[in-house]
Design a protein around this ligand. Sequence first.
Ligand SMILES: O=P(O)(O)OC[C@H]1O[C@](O)(CO)[C@@H](O)[C@@H]1O
Length: 232
Amino acid sequence: MDMIRDIPLPKPDIRSTEDMRSVLYNAADAEEDRPLYFMYRALSKNEDDAEWLISHKIRYDITEIPPGEIGGEYVKTKGHYHPDAPDGFGYPELYQVLSGSAHYLLQKKDLSEFILVCALAGDFVLIPPGYGHVTINPADETLIMANLVSDNFSSEYQFYEDMHGAAWYETEEGWIKNPAYDKVLELKVLERPKEYPEYGIIRGRNIYGLIGTDYLEFLNKPSLLNGNRKFF
Ligand SMILES: O=P(O)(O)OC[C@H]1O[C@](O)(CO)[C@@H](O)[C@@H]1O
């Protein structure tokens, strides 16, 4: 069995060209079906952690995105939104880059904000309530990232599928606006992600170490993230 950072990896869920066709910049030029990225879900290092994660309805996943392009666009995740939690705020998510580098492309549900967060190994990226998100591997090395997220919901893909992806595509020629969107605001770029020490989110700290702590309560009670505060 494969291991990443001491964690035994089960068989991954794989997204292939065919799974991604509806959200690609240039689906016509996307070659034959091939695996694009690998998702290892619901991981834990031992029985105690597994029990804690299950009882707190939290999932720890690792995703591996090899470098490359498809139809001129850098390989990316499909993109999705999260529904609202019972407290009325969207479920957030916490990522950390384990190796390689990543571009997190966020867009608010009402399309009032488009954010690009650039992240390197050790950086945390918080996806705040109400933001859809796509992760892009813009580099020539494999991106490995981990995430902690509520296990109480299913991701929503419909909007991204209907709109042929996010509002922006990152291509070998640079950033290109997606013509399916009526009006696209400029991308607000964060060269490095913000830290949130009040939630244990401090660059370089090991994301796995948050398991078993109270810091993660906000994943199932997003209102704990100070309600409507501005994140970017
Ligand atoms: O579901 P998408 O958009 O392909 O994105 C994949 C990512 O989302 C997750 O399901 C967590 O939200 C991860 O397992 C994975 O990194």
